[in-house]
Design a protein around this ligand. Structure first.
Ligand code: PDD
Length: 279
């Protein structure tokens, strides 16, 4: 696999980043994961707008132009022959002697990209539906910034797996925030699609934005508001959205079957329309 590191395209075994990189020492970095369908990037400019926002919230200077980033994404898709999968982009504050202060003179960013070839549309999990369990949301309070500080979501996912489930949904003050790496939704028994409103509690999903537009086109009622664990356990349907999972049905929450315990029809319609629009 060919990867990109600070201006160079290299075989992955030759790629090197300093041990003094602030991404490594402080998780002082941000990232994006962009979906590739049929060799084409999906919602690239949305991902780049969110990247700029994350960088801005962390006062992290970054000067690569969006056209250059697009060129690198496309070059890696080409070199690695990705027809379906993901492109990962990470930007850190760069290399500096370990110090809680940001480097005085701004150092060059570390910029790393790589691809992941993956079957996304025909994922078995999407066909079967996910089992999720809820965990206390112990992340920091700026979940709107897409930082590489992913230890807690990773631990929560591992605990979910240890319990025989597929993913963790995180809970703050009794209300679901989001999945370990996805936005979370329920469909109420009267057919309303409910997902948490945007705030510092969740990531502003690029897929979320597109799927809410799909819901509008399907004339579904949409409510952006917090929902409780109890409301989700009693929902007619549930699903999550992300670049890596598209619209992914949830069939149980905390071992309670959702609806008929099978992927729901509104979820299926949203997934189908999303795919029609994005392929
Ligand atoms: N995760 N919420 C969190 C916490 C996420 O990490 C993600 C994405 C999302 C969905 O955002 P989007 O629709 O823009 O992918 C929501 C990526 C896929 C990841 O970490 O791999």
């Amino acid at each position: 696999r060919h990867v990109y590191v600070n201006g160079d395209y290299l075989p992955e075994t030759e790629a090197r980043v300093s041990i003094f990189d602030r991404g490594f020492l402080f998780a002082d970095g941000v990232y994006e994961v962009t979906l590739v369908l049929d060799g084409r990037l999906v919602d690239f400019s949305g991902h780049m707008a969110r990247l700029r926002r994350s960088l801005g919230e962390l006062d992290m200077p970054f000067s690569l132009a969006e056209e250059k980033l697009l060129e690198i994404h496309r070059e890696l898709i080409e070199r690695n022959q990705i027809s379906e999968g993901l492109v990962y982009l990470q930007v850190t504050r760069g290399v500096a002697d370990r110090d809680f202060n940001f480097p005085l003179k701004s150092t060059p960013n570390t910029v790393v990209l790589f691809t992941q070839k993956k079957s996304i549309v025909d994922s078995p999990l999407a066909a079967r539906g996910q089992h999720v369990v809820t965990f206390d949301d112990l992340r920091w309070r700026r979940c709107d910034i897409k930082t590489v500080q992913l230890l807690y979501p990773s631990m929560a996912k591992m605990q979910a797996k240890a319990q025989g489930a597929d993913d963790a949904w995180l809970v703050k003050d009794g209300f679901i925030t989001e999945g370990s790496s996805s936005n979370a939704y329920i469909v109420t028994t009267d057919g309303t699609v409910v997902t948490r409103d945007l705030s510092t509690d969740i990531l502003q999903g690029i897929t979320r934005e597109a799927v809410l537009l799909c819901a509008g086109s399907l004339q579904l009622r949409v409510e952006e508001r917090p929902f409780t664990v109890e409301e989700s356990e009693n929902a007619a349907e549930a699903f999550s959205t992300s670049a890596s999972g598209l619209v992914s049905p949830v069939v149980s929450i905390n071992d309670k079957p959702i609806g008929a315990g099978k992927p729901g029809s509104i979820t299926a319609h949203l997934r189908q329309l999303y795919l029609e629009r994005k392929r």
